[in-house]
Design a protein around this ligand. Structure first.
Ligand code: SF4
Length: 316
């Protein structure tokens, strides 16, 4: 069953003029590129909680672990309003079955990390979390989240997009009748992708799948999902990807000619040294998969985890 990916997003990032000064913070990657593949659920905590446009800017003050939100000129405490509204909104968002959330960085309402928190002397430390973002992450600990600023980092961007596409595949599996056979199939197809994030998680998930038959199936699904989302939060680094590429070479042992082996080894090495982007060895391996009809690798999601037009593997 084909599922459309639905992502929550801080509304000003879509170009809506909802900021305190009547402006927006449109992010072209979100509005022009990612929007082709996903549907957005825009959320502006400040406007939805009843504050006008334009409005006084807000700020966090006090203990970075439990800050208070105030209006920056008149010093009015609006923490209670924002917290109560956020608790209500996250319960509403449960119905949306979101695959992820992209937050506006630095915002006292929407920032995911490193938000300024001011002390009584008016000095700021970047140690806070926006009120809505914090409540969202507590309520949905497994849903992939990112900030638009961090999405400009190519590795973090690929990580996030890969997580939401993997969650899509997992939810499609969930939409089928619950059966160990479907988990095993998912696990087999995602082997290399999971390994690129965490070999340790791949092993734990493998163990869970192996002993799953003797346990209540809903429990196995729940634990598998938690491990999957935990694994995907860990970055797929160059070193981990290079190990997976090397592992894939093993499947062609009997097929590749000496020249082809040498060429593939060299290309993996150049990728490991960060001279060329991941897309180069992946394209060559995809070519060999078709040339030598490598059925097992052909099923590996790792070789095509998200639409190529997003160009996520073109960086070195
Ligand atoms: S950062 Fe959040 S609260 Fe501020 S305008 Fe954007 S969506 Fe609204």
């Amino acid at each position: 069953m084909e599922t459309r990916i639905k992502i929550g997003v801080s509304r000003c990032l879509l170009g809506d003029r909802v900021r305190y000064d009547g402006g927006h913070k449109r992010d072209p990657f979100l509005t022009d590129t990612l929007s082709i593949y996903v549907d957005y659920t825009p959320v502006c905590p400040e406007v939805e909680a009843g504050f006008p446009i334009p409005r006084e800017a807000f700020r966090l003050v006090g203990d970075p672990e439990k800050p208070v939100m105030i209006t920056s000129k008149t010093g009015k405490d609006i923490t209670d309003v924002m917290e109560k509204w956020s608790q209500r909104r996250v319960r509403e968002l449960e119905k949306e079955s979101l695959f992820g959330f992209i937050f506006k960085k630095d915002s006292p309402s929407s920032g995911m990390e490193r938000v300024k928190v001011y002390n009584e002397k008016g000095m700021a430390e970047k140690k806070g979390v926006g009120i809505f973002a914090g409540i969202f992450m507590q309520h949905f600990p497994l849903i992939p989240v990112e900030e638009e600023g961090r999405l400009h980092d190519p590795i973090l961007r690929e990580n996030f997009i890969e997580s939401i596409f993997s969650l899509k595949a997992w939810r499609e599996t969930l939409s089928l009748r619950k059966s160990m056979a479907y988990i095993i199939d998912f696990h087999t197809r995602h082997k290399l992708l999971i390994m690129a994030h965490s070999v340790n998680h791949y092993r734990l998930m493998g163990r869970l799948v192996a002993v799953g038959k003797g346990r209540p199936i809903s429990e196995v699904y729940r634990e598998y999902e938690a491990l999957l989302m935990e694994a995907l939060k860990l970055k797929a680094t160059v070193k981990k990807n290079a190990n997976v590429l090397q592992h894939m070479m093993g499947y062609f042992k009997k097929d590749l000619s000496l020249y082809e082996k040498k060429e593939l080894n060299e290309i993996i090495d150049q990728y490991r040294r960060e001279y060329i982007p991941l897309i180069v060895p992946i394209t060559l391996i995809n070519h060999y998969v078709y040339k030598y009809e490598q059925g097992y690798l052909r099923k590996q999601v790792y070789l095509n985890p998200h639409p190529i037009a997003l160009k996520l593997r073109n960086h070195s």
